[in-house]
Design a protein around this ligand. Structure first.
Ligand code: PLP
Length: 399
Protein backbone atom coordinates (compact mmCIF):
# COMPACT_ATOMS: atom_id res chain seq x y z
CA UNK A 1 0.00 0.00 0.00
CA UNK A 2 1.15 3.56 -0.69
CA UNK A 3 0.13 6.33 1.72
CA UNK A 4 1.00 9.99 1.33
CA UNK A 5 0.86 11.44 4.84
CA UNK A 6 3.09 14.51 4.43
CA UNK A 7 0.51 17.12 3.45
CA UNK A 8 1.97 19.75 5.76
CA UNK A 9 5.10 19.66 3.57
CA UNK A 10 3.10 19.91 0.37
CA UNK A 11 -0.09 18.58 -1.19
CA UNK A 12 -1.00 16.93 -4.48
CA UNK A 13 -2.42 19.32 -7.09
CA UNK A 14 -6.22 18.98 -7.30
CA UNK A 15 -8.12 18.38 -10.51
CA UNK A 16 -9.83 21.76 -10.08
CA UNK A 17 -6.42 23.46 -9.84
CA UNK A 18 -5.07 21.63 -12.86
CA UNK A 19 -8.19 22.41 -14.90
CA UNK A 20 -7.75 26.10 -14.09
CA UNK A 21 -4.05 26.00 -14.84
CA UNK A 22 -4.10 24.36 -18.26
CA UNK A 23 -5.84 27.24 -20.09
CA UNK A 24 -3.26 29.62 -18.60
CA UNK A 25 -0.54 27.52 -20.21
CA UNK A 26 -2.39 27.22 -23.49
CA UNK A 27 -4.80 29.86 -24.81
CA UNK A 28 -4.61 32.35 -21.90
CA UNK A 29 -0.94 33.11 -22.52
CA UNK A 30 -1.29 36.87 -22.76
CA UNK A 31 0.51 39.20 -20.37
CA UNK A 32 -2.17 40.72 -18.12
CA UNK A 33 -0.48 44.11 -18.44
CA UNK A 34 -0.79 44.12 -22.25
CA UNK A 35 -3.55 46.29 -23.68
CA UNK A 36 -4.52 44.03 -26.59
CA UNK A 37 -7.17 41.33 -26.48
CA UNK A 38 -4.83 38.57 -25.30
CA UNK A 39 -3.68 40.80 -22.48
CA UNK A 40 -7.20 41.82 -21.53
CA UNK A 41 -8.35 38.22 -21.52
CA UNK A 42 -5.54 37.29 -19.12
CA UNK A 43 -6.24 40.35 -17.01
CA UNK A 44 -9.91 39.40 -16.58
CA UNK A 45 -8.85 35.95 -15.39
CA UNK A 46 -6.39 37.55 -12.96
CA UNK A 47 -9.07 39.89 -11.59
CA UNK A 48 -11.43 36.95 -11.08
CA UNK A 49 -8.72 34.94 -9.30
CA UNK A 50 -7.95 37.83 -6.95
CA UNK A 51 -11.66 38.24 -6.18
CA UNK A 52 -11.96 34.54 -5.43
CA UNK A 53 -9.04 34.56 -2.98
CA UNK A 54 -10.41 37.70 -1.33
CA UNK A 55 -13.88 36.17 -0.98
CA UNK A 56 -12.48 33.08 0.75
CA UNK A 57 -10.76 35.27 3.35
CA UNK A 58 -13.56 37.85 3.65
CA UNK A 59 -11.16 40.51 2.33
CA UNK A 60 -11.41 42.98 -0.54
CA UNK A 61 -9.66 42.04 -3.74
CA UNK A 62 -7.43 45.15 -3.61
CA UNK A 63 -6.09 43.79 -0.31
CA UNK A 64 -4.67 40.67 -1.97
CA UNK A 65 -1.10 40.68 -3.37
CA UNK A 66 0.16 37.61 -5.20
CA UNK A 67 3.61 36.40 -4.21
CA UNK A 68 5.97 33.56 -4.99
CA UNK A 69 4.72 31.57 -1.97
CA UNK A 70 4.33 31.67 1.79
CA UNK A 71 7.97 32.48 2.52
CA UNK A 72 7.89 35.61 0.37
CA UNK A 73 4.60 36.74 1.94
CA UNK A 74 6.07 36.32 5.45
CA UNK A 75 9.25 38.20 4.51
CA UNK A 76 7.30 41.01 2.91
CA UNK A 77 4.74 41.47 5.69
CA UNK A 78 7.27 41.48 8.51
CA UNK A 79 9.87 43.60 6.71
CA UNK A 80 7.23 46.17 5.78
CA UNK A 81 5.62 46.29 9.21
CA UNK A 82 9.09 46.84 10.67
CA UNK A 83 9.85 49.63 8.20
CA UNK A 84 6.57 51.37 9.02
CA UNK A 85 7.29 50.91 12.73
CA UNK A 86 10.79 52.36 12.46
CA UNK A 87 9.37 55.41 10.67
CA UNK A 88 7.22 56.01 13.73
CA UNK A 89 10.16 55.37 16.09
CA UNK A 90 8.84 51.92 17.09
CA UNK A 91 11.35 49.11 16.83
CA UNK A 92 9.95 46.32 19.00
CA UNK A 93 8.26 43.17 17.65
CA UNK A 94 6.41 40.39 19.47
CA UNK A 95 6.45 36.83 18.13
CA UNK A 96 6.83 33.32 19.58
CA UNK A 97 9.31 30.45 19.63
CA UNK A 98 7.47 27.99 17.35
CA UNK A 99 7.14 30.08 14.20
CA UNK A 100 8.20 28.81 10.78
CA UNK A 101 11.75 29.69 9.73
CA UNK A 102 10.37 32.10 7.12
CA UNK A 103 9.28 34.22 10.08
CA UNK A 104 12.10 33.43 12.53
CA UNK A 105 14.90 34.13 10.04
CA UNK A 106 13.27 37.38 8.90
CA UNK A 107 13.05 38.45 12.55
CA UNK A 108 16.70 37.47 13.10
CA UNK A 109 17.70 39.76 10.22
CA UNK A 110 15.67 42.61 11.72
CA UNK A 111 17.37 42.06 15.09
CA UNK A 112 20.73 42.53 13.37
CA UNK A 113 19.33 45.77 11.95
CA UNK A 114 18.55 47.11 15.41
CA UNK A 115 15.02 45.85 16.11
CA UNK A 116 14.20 44.14 19.37
CA UNK A 117 12.11 40.97 19.27
CA UNK A 118 10.28 39.34 22.19
CA UNK A 119 9.79 35.61 21.52
CA UNK A 120 6.90 34.46 23.68
CA UNK A 121 7.26 30.97 25.09
CA UNK A 122 4.41 28.50 24.50
CA UNK A 123 2.52 26.19 26.88
CA UNK A 124 3.53 22.53 26.68
CA UNK A 125 0.61 22.14 24.22
CA UNK A 126 2.15 24.77 21.93
CA UNK A 127 -0.34 27.56 22.67
CA UNK A 128 0.75 31.15 23.29
CA UNK A 129 -0.56 32.62 26.54
CA UNK A 130 -2.79 35.60 25.84
CA UNK A 131 -1.92 37.39 29.10
CA UNK A 132 1.79 37.11 28.30
CA UNK A 133 1.19 38.43 24.82
CA UNK A 134 -0.72 41.44 26.14
CA UNK A 135 1.98 42.08 28.74
CA UNK A 136 4.70 41.91 26.06
CA UNK A 137 3.16 44.70 23.96
CA UNK A 138 4.95 47.97 24.72
CA UNK A 139 4.48 51.58 23.58
CA UNK A 140 7.28 50.98 21.03
CA UNK A 141 5.84 47.71 19.68
CA UNK A 142 5.14 47.96 15.95
CA UNK A 143 4.17 44.39 15.12
CA UNK A 144 2.84 41.17 16.59
CA UNK A 145 3.40 38.13 14.36
CA UNK A 146 1.92 34.82 15.53
CA UNK A 147 1.18 31.87 13.27
CA UNK A 148 -2.39 30.63 12.85
CA UNK A 149 -1.67 26.90 12.86
CA UNK A 150 1.68 25.30 13.57
CA UNK A 151 3.13 23.23 10.73
CA UNK A 152 4.77 20.63 12.96
CA UNK A 153 2.33 20.01 15.78
CA UNK A 154 -0.86 21.53 14.37
CA UNK A 155 -1.65 23.69 17.39
CA UNK A 156 -4.08 26.50 16.57
CA UNK A 157 -3.43 29.81 18.31
CA UNK A 158 -6.21 32.00 19.73
CA UNK A 159 -5.93 34.25 16.66
CA UNK A 160 -9.16 36.21 17.12
CA UNK A 161 -8.27 37.13 20.72
CA UNK A 162 -4.68 37.98 19.78
CA UNK A 163 -6.00 40.17 16.96
CA UNK A 164 -8.41 41.89 19.34
CA UNK A 165 -5.61 42.57 21.83
CA UNK A 166 -3.48 44.09 19.04
CA UNK A 167 -6.38 46.27 17.83
CA UNK A 168 -6.95 47.51 21.36
CA UNK A 169 -3.30 48.55 21.65
CA UNK A 170 -3.04 49.87 18.10
CA UNK A 171 -0.34 47.40 17.02
CA UNK A 172 -0.23 45.72 13.60
CA UNK A 173 -1.02 42.00 13.64
CA UNK A 174 0.42 39.61 11.05
CA UNK A 175 -0.27 35.89 10.97
CA UNK A 176 1.45 33.15 8.99
CA UNK A 177 -1.73 31.30 8.02
CA UNK A 178 -0.05 28.97 5.53
CA UNK A 179 -1.27 25.87 7.40
CA UNK A 180 -4.70 27.35 8.09
CA UNK A 181 -6.07 28.77 4.85
CA UNK A 182 -8.08 26.10 3.06
CA UNK A 183 -8.06 23.93 6.20
CA UNK A 184 -9.95 25.86 8.89
CA UNK A 185 -12.23 28.91 8.71
CA UNK A 186 -10.20 32.10 8.24
CA UNK A 187 -11.96 35.47 8.23
CA UNK A 188 -9.62 38.46 8.30
CA UNK A 189 -12.40 40.78 9.52
CA UNK A 190 -13.79 38.64 12.33
CA UNK A 191 -10.29 37.46 13.31
CA UNK A 192 -8.93 41.05 13.54
CA UNK A 193 -6.03 40.29 11.17
CA UNK A 194 -4.07 43.13 9.50
CA UNK A 195 -1.70 41.03 7.40
CA UNK A 196 -1.84 37.34 6.51
CA UNK A 197 0.41 35.00 4.52
CA UNK A 198 -0.88 32.03 2.56
CA UNK A 199 0.64 29.51 0.17
CA UNK A 200 -1.06 27.60 -2.64
CA UNK A 201 0.80 24.32 -2.39
CA UNK A 202 -0.52 23.63 1.11
CA UNK A 203 -4.08 23.39 -0.23
CA UNK A 204 -3.70 21.47 -3.51
CA UNK A 205 -2.40 24.25 -5.79
CA UNK A 206 1.07 24.10 -7.36
CA UNK A 207 4.24 25.22 -5.60
CA UNK A 208 5.74 28.68 -6.00
CA UNK A 209 2.61 30.77 -5.63
CA UNK A 210 1.06 32.39 -2.58
CA UNK A 211 -0.46 35.64 -1.43
CA UNK A 212 -0.21 38.35 1.15
CA UNK A 213 -3.39 39.88 2.49
CA UNK A 214 -2.71 43.42 3.66
CA UNK A 215 -5.45 45.61 5.09
CA UNK A 216 -6.09 48.56 2.78
CA UNK A 217 -5.34 51.16 5.46
CA UNK A 218 -1.73 49.93 5.73
CA UNK A 219 0.71 51.80 3.52
CA UNK A 220 2.52 48.80 2.16
CA UNK A 221 5.57 49.53 0.03
CA UNK A 222 6.94 47.34 -2.71
CA UNK A 223 9.16 44.47 -1.75
CA UNK A 224 10.33 43.60 -5.24
CA UNK A 225 11.27 46.48 -7.51
CA UNK A 226 10.02 46.39 -11.06
CA UNK A 227 6.90 47.08 -13.04
CA UNK A 228 3.49 48.27 -11.92
CA UNK A 229 2.09 44.81 -11.23
CA UNK A 230 0.24 44.16 -7.95
CA UNK A 231 -0.67 47.85 -7.64
CA UNK A 232 3.00 48.77 -8.03
CA UNK A 233 4.02 46.80 -4.97
CA UNK A 234 5.39 43.58 -6.33
CA UNK A 235 7.03 43.90 -9.71
CA UNK A 236 7.21 41.00 -12.16
CA UNK A 237 4.80 39.49 -14.67
CA UNK A 238 2.16 37.60 -12.73
CA UNK A 239 2.62 33.82 -12.45
CA UNK A 240 -0.70 33.23 -14.19
CA UNK A 241 -0.85 29.39 -14.24
CA UNK A 242 -0.13 29.18 -10.52
CA UNK A 243 -2.39 32.07 -9.58
CA UNK A 244 -5.40 30.71 -11.48
CA UNK A 245 -4.79 27.25 -10.05
CA UNK A 246 -4.48 28.66 -6.53
CA UNK A 247 -7.79 30.51 -6.83
CA UNK A 248 -9.54 27.38 -8.09
CA UNK A 249 -8.01 25.22 -5.35
CA UNK A 250 -8.97 27.67 -2.62
CA UNK A 251 -12.49 28.03 -3.98
CA UNK A 252 -12.89 24.27 -3.84
CA UNK A 253 -11.36 23.98 -0.35
CA UNK A 254 -13.60 26.72 1.00
CA UNK A 255 -16.73 25.26 -0.60
CA UNK A 256 -16.05 21.92 1.12
CA UNK A 257 -14.42 23.23 4.28
CA UNK A 258 -16.88 21.80 6.80
CA UNK A 259 -17.05 18.34 5.27
CA UNK A 260 -13.27 18.16 4.73
CA UNK A 261 -12.64 19.25 8.32
CA UNK A 262 -15.00 16.56 9.60
CA UNK A 263 -13.45 13.88 7.42
CA UNK A 264 -9.82 14.78 8.10
CA UNK A 265 -10.29 15.27 11.86
CA UNK A 266 -11.95 11.88 12.15
CA UNK A 267 -8.87 10.28 10.53
CA UNK A 268 -6.56 12.37 12.72
CA UNK A 269 -8.37 11.34 15.90
CA UNK A 270 -8.21 7.66 14.93
CA UNK A 271 -4.47 8.01 14.33
CA UNK A 272 -3.93 9.74 17.66
CA UNK A 273 -5.95 7.13 19.50
CA UNK A 274 -4.12 4.25 17.86
CA UNK A 275 -0.60 5.67 18.22
CA UNK A 276 -1.22 6.61 21.86
CA UNK A 277 -1.42 2.88 22.61
CA UNK A 278 2.30 2.53 21.86
CA UNK A 279 4.06 2.55 25.25
CA UNK A 280 6.37 5.48 25.92
CA UNK A 281 4.82 7.57 23.20
CA UNK A 282 3.68 11.17 23.45
CA UNK A 283 1.24 13.10 21.29
CA UNK A 284 2.62 16.62 20.72
CA UNK A 285 0.40 19.67 20.55
CA UNK A 286 -2.99 20.45 21.96
CA UNK A 287 -5.52 17.61 22.06
CA UNK A 288 -8.53 19.82 21.29
CA UNK A 289 -7.22 22.94 19.64
CA UNK A 290 -5.42 21.55 16.59
CA UNK A 291 -5.51 21.66 12.81
CA UNK A 292 -7.64 18.89 11.31
CA UNK A 293 -4.79 17.06 9.55
CA UNK A 294 -1.66 17.23 11.71
CA UNK A 295 -0.54 14.45 14.04
CA UNK A 296 2.79 14.67 15.85
CA UNK A 297 4.25 11.99 18.12
CA UNK A 298 7.47 11.23 19.92
CA UNK A 299 8.52 7.67 20.65
CA UNK A 300 11.14 7.21 23.34
CA UNK A 301 14.25 5.20 22.61
CA UNK A 302 14.32 5.58 18.82
CA UNK A 303 15.55 7.97 16.13
CA UNK A 304 12.93 9.72 14.03
CA UNK A 305 15.09 9.32 10.92
CA UNK A 306 15.24 5.53 11.17
CA UNK A 307 11.51 5.44 11.73
CA UNK A 308 10.95 7.48 8.57
CA UNK A 309 13.19 5.23 6.48
CA UNK A 310 11.37 2.12 7.65
CA UNK A 311 7.99 3.68 7.04
CA UNK A 312 9.13 4.76 3.59
CA UNK A 313 10.02 1.12 2.83
CA UNK A 314 6.49 0.22 3.92
CA UNK A 315 5.11 2.78 1.43
CA UNK A 316 4.28 5.50 3.97
CA UNK A 317 5.48 9.06 3.28
CA UNK A 318 5.77 10.90 6.58
CA UNK A 319 8.13 13.40 8.14
CA UNK A 320 9.98 13.93 11.39
CA UNK A 321 8.81 17.51 11.65
CA UNK A 322 9.21 20.35 9.26
CA UNK A 323 10.43 19.59 5.74
CA UNK A 324 12.73 22.59 6.04
CA UNK A 325 14.72 21.22 8.97
CA UNK A 326 14.98 17.64 7.79
CA UNK A 327 18.48 17.08 6.57
CA UNK A 328 19.89 18.78 9.65
CA UNK A 329 20.62 16.71 12.74
CA UNK A 330 19.20 19.22 15.18
CA UNK A 331 15.89 18.30 16.73
CA UNK A 332 13.01 20.54 15.79
CA UNK A 333 12.94 23.97 17.45
CA UNK A 334 9.19 23.52 17.88
CA UNK A 335 9.48 20.31 19.91
CA UNK A 336 12.27 21.79 22.02
CA UNK A 337 10.08 24.87 22.65
CA UNK A 338 7.42 22.57 24.11
CA UNK A 339 10.01 21.63 26.73
CA UNK A 340 10.86 18.20 25.36
CA UNK A 341 14.40 17.00 26.06
CA UNK A 342 16.65 16.49 23.01
CA UNK A 343 16.61 12.69 23.21
CA UNK A 344 12.80 12.58 23.09
CA UNK A 345 12.48 15.29 20.43
CA UNK A 346 14.78 13.14 18.25
CA UNK A 347 12.20 10.35 18.09
CA UNK A 348 9.53 12.43 16.42
CA UNK A 349 7.05 11.55 13.70
CA UNK A 350 4.68 13.90 11.91
CA UNK A 351 1.81 12.46 9.91
CA UNK A 352 -0.19 15.10 8.05
CA UNK A 353 -3.40 14.19 6.29
CA UNK A 354 -5.62 15.78 3.68
CA UNK A 355 -9.11 14.98 2.42
CA UNK A 356 -7.44 12.73 -0.17
CA UNK A 357 -6.49 10.22 2.53
CA UNK A 358 -8.78 7.38 3.59
CA UNK A 359 -9.57 5.44 6.77
CA UNK A 360 -8.03 2.36 5.13
CA UNK A 361 -4.76 4.26 4.86
CA UNK A 362 -5.02 5.32 8.49
CA UNK A 363 -5.52 1.69 9.49
CA UNK A 364 -2.50 0.69 7.42
CA UNK A 365 -0.40 3.35 9.22
CA UNK A 366 -1.69 2.05 12.56
CA UNK A 367 -0.65 -1.44 11.60
CA UNK A 368 2.85 -0.40 10.47
CA UNK A 369 4.01 2.22 13.01
CA UNK A 370 3.76 0.09 16.20
CA UNK A 371 5.56 -2.73 14.39
CA UNK A 372 8.39 -0.49 13.21
CA UNK A 373 8.71 1.21 16.61
CA UNK A 374 8.98 -2.20 18.31
CA UNK A 375 11.63 -3.37 15.85
CA UNK A 376 13.69 -0.17 16.14
CA UNK A 377 13.53 -0.30 19.92
CA UNK A 378 14.90 -3.85 19.86
CA UNK A 379 17.97 -2.51 18.07
CA UNK A 380 18.28 0.68 20.10
CA UNK A 381 21.03 1.11 22.70
CA UNK A 382 19.04 3.94 24.29
CA UNK A 383 16.07 1.64 24.72
CA UNK A 384 18.13 -1.22 26.19
CA UNK A 385 19.63 1.27 28.63
CA UNK A 386 16.09 2.22 29.65
CA UNK A 387 15.27 -1.48 30.09
CA UNK A 388 18.24 -2.08 32.35
CA UNK A 389 17.44 0.80 34.63
CA UNK A 390 13.73 0.40 35.00
CA UNK A 391 11.31 -0.44 37.73
CA UNK A 392 8.45 -0.08 35.28
CA UNK A 393 6.58 -3.40 34.98
CA UNK A 394 5.90 -2.84 31.25
CA UNK A 395 9.56 -2.36 30.47
CA UNK A 396 10.60 -5.13 32.86
CA UNK A 397 8.34 -7.47 30.88
CA UNK A 398 10.17 -6.58 27.68
CA UNK A 399 13.55 -7.49 29.20
C1 PLP B 1 5.10 25.77 4.08
C2 PLP B 1 5.08 26.87 5.06
C3 PLP B 1 5.64 28.13 4.76
C4 PLP B 1 6.40 28.39 3.49
O1 PLP B 1 5.57 28.43 2.38
P1 PLP B 1 6.24 28.25 0.91
O2 PLP B 1 5.10 28.52 -0.02
O3 PLP B 1 6.73 26.87 0.85
O4 PLP B 1 7.30 29.27 0.80
C5 PLP B 1 5.54 29.13 5.70
N1 PLP B 1 4.91 28.93 6.86
C6 PLP B 1 4.34 27.75 7.18
C7 PLP B 1 3.63 27.60 8.48
C8 PLP B 1 4.42 26.68 6.29
O5 PLP B 1 3.87 25.52 6.62
Amino acid sequence: MFVYADNAATTAVSKAALDAMLPALQELYGNPSSLHQKGREANYALIAAREEIARCLNAESREIYFTGGGTEADNWAITEAARLGAEAGKKHIVSDTIEHHAVLHTLARLEKQGFEVTYLPVHDNGVVRLEELEAAIRPDTCLVTIMFSNNEIGTLQPIREIGAACRKKGVLFHTDAVQAVGHVPVDVEADNIDMLSLSGHKFHAPKGVGALYCKKSIKLKNFIEGGAQERGRRGGTEAMPGILAMAAALKESCAHLEENMAKVSAMRDRLIEGLSKIPYSRCNGDPGCRAPGIVSFCFEGIEGESLLLRLDLAGICASSGSACTSGSLDPSHVLLALGLPHEIAHGSLRLSLSEYNTMEEVDYILQQVPEVVRMLRQMSPVWSHMLENTEDPYLAMAK
